[in-house]
Design a protein around this ligand. Structure first.
Ligand code: CDP
Ligand code: CDP
Length: 225
């Protein structure tokens, strides 16, 4: 029996995991952990150290020198790599297009999963990623598998990028999302899959508020049991 309450949210790229998880964490006063940001930070660390993304042992050797820290912030959590803020840098196109390769390395996953479990040990938690319900927190009381059509997910990312003033091309955005989903779902270790006991929530056509209230109900029902 777990002493804390754990909510695991998994799903493909741009399904709304982090948006929904952040809102739920703030409503429930739970700690939010963005595990994708951790894989992104390792990818950025490789770039900064001049280690090729294909150099598995080079990246594994870097792990002991990588400290990842989250700090609360508005509108988003701040991410620090060895005390240097990397909140924006880990969202660059280069990091986005290479993170799935770095995340496929067994030792990288083992190292980050250990860090994630340590954070989850002490508080009520909402964690989002690809393998939270299946691997990181297999005993989580609530597991959600969040999906949406690839067209809708690409459109959401497109709007987000346009709002940030970035020049983006919807067709390549969609292709990049599909390529990343493919890699994440087909890797050997902890691929993106719906846990047997996860609730599937299809957010196609749903607003953020709709999704938040749907998942809040699922959590409340579980808390009553
Ligand atoms: O937010 P977005 O959907 O773009 O991705 P993310 O959650 O920031 O995750 C970036 C990448 O990290 C994913 O495409 C996966 O390759 C990897 N990842 C993973 O392998 N396992 C996790 N638990 C979280 C992310
Ligand atoms: O974390 P993940 O990659 O799954 O997705 P996200 O970064 O939370 O969401 C991607 C974009 O979709 C954000 O701009 C959200 O505001 C938007 N979104 C939406 O329009 N409708 C939803 N129901 C959920 C997210």
């Amino acid at each position: 029996m777990l002493k804390n309450f754990q909510v695991a949210i998994d799903g493909p790229a741009s399904a709304g995991k982090s948006t929904i998880a952040k809102i739920l964490a703030s409503h429930l006063k739970y700690v939010y952990v963005d595990t994708g940001a951790m894989y992104r930070t390792v990818t950025l660390a490789a770039k900064k150290s001049g280690v090729a993304y294909s150099d598995e042992s080079g990246i594994v050797n870097l792990l002991s020198q990588i400290d990842i820290r989250f700090e609360p912030g508005i509108p988003t959590q701040r991410v620090y790599l060895n005390n240097q803020e990397v909140t924006e840098d880990i969202r660059s196109t280069e990091v986005t297009n290479n993170v799935s390769q770095v995340a496929s390395y067994a030792a990288v996953r083992q190292n980050l999963v250990e860090r994630q479990r340590q954070i989850a040990n002490s508080s009520d938690i909402i964690m989002d990623g690809r393998d939270i319900g299946t691997t990181v927190l297999p005993h989580a009381q609530v597991k959600i598998f969040l999906i949406a059509s690839v067209e809708e997910r690409a459109n959401r990312r497109y709007k987000e990028n346009v709002a940030k003033g970035m020049t983006v091309d919807l067709v390549s955005l969609k292709k990049d999302i599909e390529a990343r989903d493919y890699k994440d779902s087909h890797r050997e270790i902890s691929p993106l899959t719906q846990a047997k006991d996860a609730v599937l929530v299809d957010t196609t056509g749903l607003s953020i508020d709709d999704v938040v209230s749907k998942i809040t109900k699922i959590i409340q029902n579980k808390q009553k049991q």
